[in-house]
Structures are given as structure tokens and as C-alpha cells.
Design a protein around this ligand. Structure first.
Ligand SMILES: [Zn+2]
Ligand SMILES: [Zn+2]
Length: 341
């Protein structure tokens, strides 16, 4: 069966592998239909992602079909269309026991720390499959990306009418934006790229697009939008040390700052910048199982429109040659989806 490997940084290989054995107890065998590509995959390809081991079958944003179930599986049946929750947790550690499975101390994300879904079929724990029979496989492949933003907005405790600033209008920032909208927040977006701000205006009606500037005009815009208060919640989706170290300046007193993006560098800021206004800093990692059925329902109801999200489709057979083009995306590119069939 068709399988794609990252053999080492910048080495992609499409090959044939043996079909998997029958699924074991608690497992399902799935056929992969659609695979979303994200920054983690690009980082893995370039050798820049610290947890990536080689050789590796990438692919963690998946729209799959159940083709067989093992003993004891009751949550899915053959023929079900599913989104995959790619976070393999242990169920035994302190965060797992508290229900914070996203922070499992032994967490393995498929496609990153163990093999993922860029192959025709594979076996997976059935409890990690979330059924969405009314969605397309493409939509199901987007659920995981959306879950990242969903969890971030939950971490921030956004309520109706809250002023929310999203910093970084790439795919992760946009996923947070979707859920800030669902919560009924008043949203502003900050990005270095005017093209991205225009996209947010055209697609989501976000009137307040802010370009960070040295001259302080960004702060004036932020204060004007929030009637002088600052934002109830700032979501930093840049993964940029400089932005993350100073993002609290846009927070209202007693506001929150969520970090979704990750940097390997230290964040340095004066303590008073968070102490005086009692700003709460909330890192947000992965997502929770409950986010998946919630998002599937929102897409089904049309509350979230996945239409603007997919800007490129790539056939599996073209991936070895074309994947490198995704490193420098064309303007306006949000999400590329690989089509297995
Ligand atoms: Zn991803
Ligand atoms: Zn655990």
C-alpha cells in the first residue's frame, strides 16, 4: 500500500509497504482519505521540529474511514467517517487522571513521535476516532487544526462581548479566531502582513486589523478599539519570542494572555508588566477529546465554514515533488490538503 516517509530532514520517499494486520482489541483499522499539512509537518521535513524522529510517516490531521474493528470496539463501526485525535495518551499519569489528556507525561502525537496517517491504511486506538458521517473527509481532516484554536479560546475563558486580540493570522491564529467568533467576542487581529489582515476582513468581517509598529500606533489602535481598556484576552499565535515577550502590553488589567505558538527561546519581560495588571498567562497545548465532537457539530451546523480554509489540494503521488513548495507558501495560502484517492 502507498506510504510516505520522511527518511531524514529534506528527504521524502513515497513507497509501498505491507498492509497492516487485523486490528487488535480496542483498535480500529482505518483507510486514510485526506491529510492536512501543518507547520509541524513542515518543521519535521526541514529538521527543525525538536520531537520529530526519523524515519517517520507524517500526517496527524486526518479524515479517515473505518474499514475493520477489533474486539470490544463499540464507538465506531465499519464505514464510519472519522476525524482522528492524534494525541496518544497513557491514561495513568497525573494530568491524564485529571482529564487533561493533552498534557500526558508520556504523550505521543502520531505523525510526530510515532508513525502517522500518510499511508493507505493503519490501525489506531478506536477511542481516538470521532465520527462525523455528515462531513466530507476534507472537513474531517481540518478538525484537529480547529481543535488547537478551540482549546486556546477555552483556556482564555472567552465570554460573549469580550474584546479579543489574535496576534498572528496564520492557520493557528485563524483557528483561534473561529472560536472567538463562536463565543461572540469582539475581535481584532494583528499581523505583519497586510494581505493576511485583508483576508480576515474579507472572510470574517474583522474590521480592526493592526500592523505592529515601532511608533506606538499599534497601541493607539488597540486602545481605541477597546475604549481605552485593553483586551480581555490576547492570543499569541506567532511562536515569535519578541511578540510573546511583549504581548501582555495589549491586555486589559486582569486580562489573559494565551500562548498557542511555541518558541524554543526564553521569554523575557519585566515582572511588573504582568504583576501590576494581574495578567494571567495561559499556555495552550494540543486539544482535548471533547473538542472533536464539538467541532464536528459546529461544522455540520454551518457555524464554522471550512470553505475558506483549504487553499490547495495535492495528490499523494505529487507530494515527493511538490511538498517543498509548501515551505514558502504563496500569499493567501492557509491549508494544503493531501488527497489519498
Ligand atoms: Zn497540525
Ligand atoms: Zn498520561
Amino acid at each position: 500500500m502507498k506510504t510516505l516517509y520522511f527518511d531524514e530532514p529534506e528527504k521524502i520517499r513515497a513507497t509501498q509497504t505491507d498492509a497492516p494486520d487485523a486490528p487488535g482489541p480496542g483498535q480500529a483499522q482505518v483507510k486514510t482519505h485526506r491529510v492536512g499539512v501543518c507547520g509541524t509537518d513542515l518543521g519535521g521535513y526541514m529538521g527543525k521540529f525538536p520531537f520529530f524522529k526519523y524515519p517517520r510517516i507524517p500526517g496527524h490531521e486526518l479524515g479517515v474511514e473505518v474499514v475493520a474493528v477489533g474486539e470490544g470496539v463499540t464507538n465506531v463501526k465499519v464505514g464510519d467517517k472519522c476525524s482522528v485525535e492524534p494525541y496518544m495518551n497513557c491514561g495513568e499519569c497525573y494530568p491524564c487522571k485529571k482529564g487533561n489528556t493533552n498534557c500526558c507525561t508520556k504523550l505521543e502525537v502520531i505523525g510526530v513521535m510515532c508513525d502517522g496517517g500518510l499511508r493507505e491504511r493503519f490501525n489506531i486506538r478506536a477511542d481516538k476516532l470521532h465520527v462525523g458521517n455528515n462531513l466530507s473527509y476534507e472537513q474531517l481532516a481540518l478538525v484537529e487544526t480547529l481543535a488547537i484554536g478551540c482549546h486556546a479560546i477555552d483556556r482564555g475563558g472567552v465570554e460573549q462581548g469580550d474584546d479579543v486580540l489574535i496576534i498572528g493570522a496564520g492557520p493557528i491564529g485563524l483557528s483561534a479566531l473561529e472560536f472567538a467568533r463562536v463565543k461572540g467576542a469582539r475581535i481584532a487581529v494583528m499581523d505583519l502582513s497586510q494581505d493576511r489582515l485583508n483576508f480576515c476582513k474579507q472572510t470574517y468581517g474583522i474590521e480592526c486589523g493592526i500592523v505592529p509598529e515601532q511608533d506606538g500606533s499599534d497601541m493607539s489602535q488597540a486602545l481605541e478599539f477597546t475604549h481605552g481598556n485593553g483586551f480581555a484576552l490576547v492570543v499569541d499565535a506567532t511562536g515569535h519570542q519578541g511578540s510573546m515577550s511583549s504581548a501582555m502590553k495589549y491586555c486589559a488589567p486582569t486580562g489573559g494572555l494565551v500562548y498557542i505558538g511555541i518558541t524554543k527561546q526564553d521569554l523575557v519581560f519585566p515582572h511588573v508588566a504582568i504583576h501590576k495588571p494581574e495578567v494571567t498567562i495561559l499556555p495552550s497545548r494540543n486539544a482535548l477529546p471533547k473538542d472533536f465532537p464539538y467541532i464536528i457539530d459546529l461544522i455540520e451546523k454551518g457555524t464554522i465554514d471550512t470553505g475558506p480554509w483549504i487553499t490547495r489540494r495535492m495528490a499523494f503521488d505529487d507530494v515527493p515533488e511538490q511538498f517543498v513548495e509548501l515551505i514558502t507558501p504563496a500569499p493567501g495560502t492557509i491549508k494544503t490538503v493531501i488527497e489519498m484517492d
